[in-house]
Design a protein around this ligand. Sequence first.
Ligand code: HEC
Length: 121
Amino acid sequence: MRKPVLPSLLFCGLAMAGACWCVGGVEAQEPAQEQKIKGDAVRGKAVFEATCEECHDAYSREERVGPGLQGLKAGRLPDGRPATHEKLIDIVNNGPAEMPAFKDRLSEQQKEDVVAFLMTL
Ligand code: HEC
């Protein structure tokens, strides 16, 4: 009764090991894939209009709920800190003070896109 089970278990194990090996191989070939997502300012504008515009004016420094974001391409945030790509991603992810966090509400691609758009302002 037990005998036929063994070979099929073995086969199953081999198949799984094979699958793991394959997946591992693909990952090893493209290790930095996630970091290489490129922002697109045109798509980012649409993301901005859908998610940020209710609180931020992109074309002036006038305050809505949050500060107007015009002038970021000069490299400074409205509060004077450096507006680096990294800092902007961090702001979108974590939301300073009263700004909501978008970590789980935007995809990595959307975040890159919206930051690319911010850098054109
Ligand atoms: C519900 C309103 C709200 C939404 C939506 C919102 N923000 Fe904000 N944001 C704020 C507020 C309020 C601040 C100011 C926080 C502070 O002063 O600490 C802020 C601050 C910022 C700053 C930093 C300004 C500075 O000088 O430090 C940036 C950049 C920014 N938001 C970008 C975005 C982007 C990009 C989005 C969309 C993905 C977004 N915000 C969506 C309210 C919002």
